[in-house]
Design a protein around this ligand. Sequence first.
Ligand code: PMP
Length: 381
Amino acid sequence: SIAPTLPDLDASSTKITRSTTLRDVPKPGSPEERSHSYCTDHMVTVRWTAAGGWETPEVKPHGNLSIPPTASCLHYATECFEGMKVYRGYDGKLRLFRPDCNGERLVSSCKRASLPGFNPQQLKHIIAKMLQVDGGRWLPKTEPGRFLYLRPTVIGSGPQLGVQVPQEALLFVIAVPWPSPAQKGLKLLASEPDSIRAWPGGFGYAKLGANYGPSLLAHGKAQSIGFDQVLWLFGPDRNVTEAGASNFFVVWKNKETGKIELVTPTLDSKLILPGVTRRSVLELARAKLTKDNEGLAPLEVVERDITIQDIEEASKEGRIIESFVSGTAYFITPVALIRNGDVDMEMKGASASKVGYADLIRTWLESIMFGREEHEWAFVI
Ligand code: PMP
């Protein structure tokens, strides 16, 4: 017999319950904003069960979750999440940036953690329902250029302690005022060979909480000696994979050809999170930087393996032009220095004082996010 089709995630049926006690909206730069823990007035929750499928989405007052101490996510790390932002545009509109990419990545992460899938396009519509309630007060029209960080999350919430595929799950979305990323150059500390973020056959490509918790040991150590992020290396060749919770880029002169290249590691190894910002950087660079632009020399865009040795060599030979990381939270942030063992590499090349490639890319992305340019990557709420 054919199993009946269970209900999919359906934003159009969302039930909205408004909060009667509204919180103060923190000022930019305030301690509340810097706490990264102060949420807006409302949240989304949607329950799923193996027997009944996705239930009605709810937008309701923000509050604590109630799950049993036996819940699957608390014991077996059945958890995955997304990181997105909502932007208040200079035209007064609210926008999400390529939200279908986040929806698809969340479904891919759910699959890896045996959590339920759903129609990925529904995620943006559910978020829109929440922001129609919170957007006006938390991102006032009079303050364009501001944003909130959004955290869609799926957890295994069922009570069965026996090791098994989750039979119940909860999708929730919260919104958090977030400080603007500092544009000071980052200091990256290359990981030690005994500290590995992701491995072949593992789940580095998925946004599972299980990728992050165990990485905090190295992150904490790096921070305690003045570094911002760990540059995660992998394997006997010590391939560069990613930098903290962001993807890594370097602009250098190719050793053989002398041509300028924008280089980032390929996704083929499945060790690296396929960043939405990474993909956008590559697409913009391929469209706009392969010819003269704003006085910068044209470059070639290359996805290839990079070893830390390649970077050391390029640094020694004066071939590094720039380096930067890309991500939703960090956006496009320059890298100032990489330390590998006892070798320090300055990543600011000769063009450091002028407008660089990363600056151009940042400006192009911002103009899409904040509606200075109409673009298919923006989803207007
Ligand atoms: N790598 C990791 C490990 C991350 O956590 C993130 C943040 N989601 C990124 C890269 C950047 O991805 P995105 O551009 O989609 O934010």
